[in-house]
Design a protein around this ligand. Structure first.
Ligand code: HEM
Ligand code: HEM
Length: 187
C-alpha cells in the first residue's frame, strides 16, 4: 500500500495546526493594528505562513493524488480531488497576501482598505468551506475503507476495504457523477 512520505505527513499536520492558530488568533478589527507590536507580529506571521505554503506546494506538486487508494480511481474522481487541493492552496495564499495588503494600506494610510478587508474575509470564508469539504471527503473515504486516509493520517487506521449495501449504493451514485464529469470535460 502506497503512503505519503513522513515529511509530507509532518508538513500536512504541522501546517494544519499553524492554519488553526492563524484562524483563532485573528485580528478582531482594524483599530487593533494601531499597536505597532501587533502589526509587526501579524506581518511576520503572514510572511512566514506564505513561505511555508510555497515550500509545501513545491514539495507536494509532483506527488500522486489519492495515492493510498486500494480501489481504481476514476479520472472524474481525481479531477475533483486535485481541484479541491488546488483551491485550498489558492485560499492559503490569498489569506496572508490580503492580510499583507491590509497592513500595507494601513501603514501608509491609503484608501481601499475596506476592499482589502472584504477580500481578506472572503479568503477566510472560502478556506473554511474548502477545508470542510476536504475533511468531509477524507472521512467519507474512510467510511468506505479506501486506503486514502491511511496514506496521510498516522492514527485511526483503516484495516480493509469495507462492503455493504449502503456503500455499494454510494459508489454507484459516485460513478454516475464521475461519468458526467468525464463526459463533460472530455477527460
Ligand atoms: C481532520 C483534518 C484533516 C484530515 C483528516 C485530512 C486528510 C487528508 C488526506 C487523507 C490527504 C491525502 C490525500 C491524497 O492522498 O491525495 C490530505 C491531503 C491534503 N490536505 Fe488534508 N486533512 C485534514 C486537514 C487539512 C487542513 C486543515 C488543510 C489545510 C490547511 C489540509 C490540506 C491538504 C492538502 C493541500 C492536501 C494535498 C496534499 C498536500 O499538498 O499536502 N488538510 N489530507
Ligand atoms: C496568514 C495570515 C493571516 C490569517 C490566517 C488571517 C486570518 C484572519 C481571519 C480568519 C479573519 C476573520 C475574517 C472574518 O471575519 O471572516 C481575519 C480578520 C482580520 N485580519 Fe487577518 N489573517 C492573517 C493575516 C493578517 C494580516 C497580516 C493583517 C494585517 C496586519 C490582518 C488583518 C486583519 C484585520 C484588520 C481583520 C479584521 C477585519 C474586520 O474588521 O472584520 N490579517 N484575519
Amino acid at each position: 500500500m502506497k503512503s505519503h512520505t513522513p515529511l509530507a505527513k509532518f508538513i500536512h499536520w504541522s501546517f494544519s495546526i499553524l492554519y488553526a492558530y492563524g484562524i483563532f488568533k485573528q485580528v478582531g478589527d482594524l483599530s487593533e493594528l494601531e499597536d505597532p507590536a501587533l502589526l509587526n507580529f501579524e506581518i511576520l506571521f503572514a510572511v512566514a505562513f506564505l513561505v511555508i505554503v510555497f515550500i509545501r506546494y513545491f514539495y507536494m506538486k509532483d506527488t500522486e493524488t489519492l495515492l493510498g487508494a486500494n480501489i481504481e480511481i476514476r479520472k472524474g474522481h481525481l479531477f475533483i480531488a486535485k481541484s479541491v487541493h488546488k483551491l485550498v492552496y489558492f485560499t492559503l495564499v490569498m489569506l496572508p497576501l490580503t492580510g499583507l495588503l491590509i497592513a500595507g494600506l494601513f501603514s501608509i494610510g491609503a484608501g481601499g482598505i475596506e476592499l482589502a478587508i472584504g477580500l481578506h474575509e472572503f479568503s477566510a470564508f472560502l478556506s473554511y468551506v474548502l477545508i470542510a469539504v476536504h475533511v468531509g471527503a477524507s472521512f467519507y473515504s474512510k467510511l468506505k475503507g479506501e486506503g486514502i486516509w491511511n496514506a496521510m493520517t498516522p492514527f485511526w487506521k483503516e484495516k480493509e476495504k469495507k462492503e455493504s449495501k449502503l456503500i455499494s449504493y454510494l459508489e454507484k451514485t459516485e460513478d454516475k457523477v464521475y461519468e458526467t464529469i468525464e463526459k463533460t470535460l472530455r477527460l
